[in-house]
Design a protein around this ligand. Sequence first.
Ligand SMILES: Nc1ncnc2c1ncn2[C@@H]1O[C@H](COP(=O)(O)OP(=O)(O)OP(=O)(O)O)[C@@H](O)[C@H]1O
Ligand SMILES: [Mg+2]
Length: 214
Amino acid sequence: MLELRDIALRWDHRPLLDGVNLRVGAGQTVALLGASGSGKSTLLKLVAGIESPERGSVLFDGEDITRTPPHRRGFALMFQDFALFPHLDVQDNVAFGLVEQGVPRAAARERARDMLQRFGLGALVRSRVTTLSGGEQQRVALARALITRPRALLLDEPFSALDAVLREQLRSEFRERIAEAGIAAILVTHDEAEARAMAQHGWALEGGMLHPLW
Ligand SMILES: Nc1ncnc2c1ncn2[C@@H]1O[C@H](COP(=O)(O)OP(=O)(O)OP(=O)(O)O)[C@@H](O)[C@H]1O
Ligand SMILES: [Mg+2]
C-alpha cells in the first residue's frame, strides 16, 4: 500500500499542494486529473522522491520513505518525455534497469527478451528504438519500467504523444499489464475517459487538495 499523508509544498510562496492524502493498494490504479499547473506532475515527483514535501509523509506498507532517495524506493516512473535510450536496441533498453541492479548482461538480456515476448514485441528485440512507432516505443517503455519488478508505477501522461486510436488500444493493454504485475499505480492524465478505463479510483487535484471523482 502506497500512502500519502497530509503532503504540502509551496511554489513561488504559494501553496501548490496543501494537505494531499491518498492511498493506493497493490494491484490498484488510481488516476489523478486536474488543470494544467495544478501540481499533478509535482505530486508524482514527490512520490518518486525527486521532490521533497515541506510537510507530510510518503509511506509504503507502513514504512516512512519520505526521505528515502529515489533509487531506494523500488518505484518505476514512466513520463511522457522519459525517452528510451536511442543508442541502445530494444532488448538493451529493457535490460537496462536489471544491469544497473547488477544482473549480468546475458541474464538481463534473456529476461528482457522473455518480457518482450510476453508483450508481443518479440520481433523487435534487436531493433533500434528510433525505428519504432510511438505506440511500440511506449510498450517498450512499460516493459522497461516493469522488468525490475517495482513496488509502484508512476505514469505521467504516458500516451499524450499518441493518436486517439492508439491511445485507446494501449489503455486496456497497460491496464492488464499493471494488474498482472500486482503493483500500486498512479496515472496522471488529462483524458478522463482514459482515466476511467484504466483506474479504479479517480481524483481531481484542485486548490492543492485531492477531491474524489469516482
Ligand atoms: N521544481 C518545482 N517544484 C514545484 N513546483 C514547480 C517546480 N517547477 C515548476 N513548478 C510549478 O508548479 C506548478 C505545478 O506544476 P506541475 O508540473 O506539477 O503541474 P501539472 O498539474 O503537472 O500541469 P500539466 O497538466 O500542465 O502537466 C506550476 O505552476 C509550475 O510552474
Ligand atoms: Mg504535468
